[in-house]
Design a protein around this ligand. Structure first.
Ligand code: Y12
Ligand code: CO
Length: 174
């Protein structure tokens, strides 16, 4: 399965993803291909809409204390629902669909999540810290929301200017 990362300002990133109903070989193929794409792009989280598939599928691989990402730490999250949110925290976020840009974003510190695994089994999870932030970032993708949407008006304007310039430079260097 050949996947490509969709980059801002592509409108496909604004699509709302729909629930997964079939937990079949096609879903396994998508999850495996997303994992390869995320790892080869140095990502720690990826939602299916970032590879142009509008399904409620996301994967996460949070690095351990040594900064290593192992397949044991891979989380596959299907049809997530955030059931509890508390506190706040700020973290400098990045996104494979907005390459080269990192911004401080405020989110809930602690969340609870219900979701399904690749076989359709129902699961519950409590998360805090980086895992909580990453889940909130990826769940936003399922609703067509990007981390840059959370910037102040002036920061967003600055971002748009810098991003356009960076894109132009990238195009000219090809
Ligand atoms: C905390 C905050 C946000 C997340 C969402 C997942 N984000 C990522 O996985 C971002 C990855 C990323 C990788 C980049 O590439 C390299 O570093 C080589 C990158 O830089 C460029 O594309 C130039 C930007 C973002 C999880 C946890
Ligand atoms: Co993202």
């Amino acid at each position: 399965m050949k996947l490509n990362i969709v980059e801002y300002p592509d409108k496909r990133l604004r699509e709302k993803s729909s629930k997964v109903e079939r937990f079949d070989a096609d879903l396994y193929k998508l999850l495996d291909a997303m994992y390869d794409m995320m790892m080869s792009s140095n990502g720690i989280g990826l939602a299916a809409i970032q590879v142009a598939i509008a399904k409620e599928v996301l994967i996460l691989s949070i690095p351990d204390e040594e900064g290593e990402q192992s397949k044991d730490n891979l989380m596959e999250i299907i049809n997530p629902v955030i059931t509890y949110k508390n506190g706040d925290t700020t973290y400098q976020e990045g996104c494979l669909s907005v390459p080269g840009f990192y911004e401080d974003i405020k989110r809930f510190d602690t969340i609870s999540l219900s979701y399904q695994d690749r076989d359709g089994n129902s699961k519950n999870l409590n998360a805090e810290g980086l895992l909580s932030i990453a889940i909130q970032h990826e769940c936003d993708h399922l609703n067509g929301i990007l981390f840059i949407d959370k910037l102040s008006y002036s920061r967003r304007k600055k971002f748009e200017k810098e991003y356009k310039k960076a894109q132009k430079e990238k195009k000219n260097s090809k």
